[in-house]
Design a protein. Structure first.
Lengths: 114, 114
């Protein structure tokens, strides 16, 4: 079945540091890939997505590139802020299925210190 | 436009009791999903409605869980009787038919079974 493995946390960084969260996946079909973010006290929000190989998703300074050859979708941000403190989830949706359900990783808690 | 709402935000019940969680999707979204995150682990799919019909309920853990979506609007998830391992955060998400890969999540219901 489909599965997602992401870097375990927690991750603690200083402001303006570089952030990378690794994510690899296993899928039987040709998935779409996502990063969701959950800020403290809030629900999950879609951060970025990529639907085919070599696509780069980007939003709020975050980027991730769909690498089919390495089955990866690593999240990066060049200079984090305190407001980026959140839990980040990598996820996939198998477009070959007819329900588009999401398979998630375990989440990575990121804390950015001023 | 109102987002996905869930009620209650937090529920504490004793083992053996019954709890009903409610989800109101974004108006016009035919797809409704339930997910669960247990003990800080990955978020797992429970089931998927298309309008009032269950499209996929392969993630429902056992027959103590009953989901309904009468009239294709809001949905309820009943746990009866609740067990300790049911504790976790229950998320609801909705999406439109034509862009089903992009799901919008509610804030979640934190269920604690003591």
């Amino acid at each position: 079945g489909d599965s997602v493995t992401q870097m375990e946390g927690p991750v603690t960084l200083s402001e303006e540091a570089f952030l990378t969260i690794n994510c690899t996946y296993t899928a039987t079909g040709y998935p779409s890939l996502f990063w969701y973010v959950q800020y403290p006290g809030e629900g999950l929000q879609l951060l970025l997505k990529a639907t085919k190989a070599d696509d780069k998703g980007s939003n709020k300074g975050f980027e991730a590139t769909y690498r089919k050859e390495t089955t990866s979708f690593h999240l990066e941000k060049g200079s984090v802020q305190v407001s980026d403190s959140a839990v980040y989830f990598c996820a996939l949706s198998d477009r070959g299925s007819n329900d588009y359900k999401l398979s998630f990783g375990a989440g990575t808690t990121v804390t950015v210190r001023a | 436009e109102a987002g996905v709402t869930q009620f209650p935000s937090h529920s504490v019940i004793e083992k053996g009791q019954t709890v009903t969680l409610r989800c109101d999707p974004i108006s016009g979204h035919d797809n409704l999903y339930w997910y669960r995150r247990v003990m800080g682990k990955e978020i797992k799919f429970l089931l998927h409605f298309v309008k009032e019909s269950k499209q996929d309920e392969s993630g429902m853990p056992n027959n103590r869980f009953l989901a309904e979506r009468t009239g294709g609007t809001y949905s309820t998830l009943k746990v009866q009787p609740a067990e300790l391992e049911d504790s976790g955060v229950y998320f609801c998400a909705s999406s439109q038919i034509l862009s089903s890969y992009e799901q919008y999540f509610g804030p979640g219901t934190r269920l604690t079974v003591t």
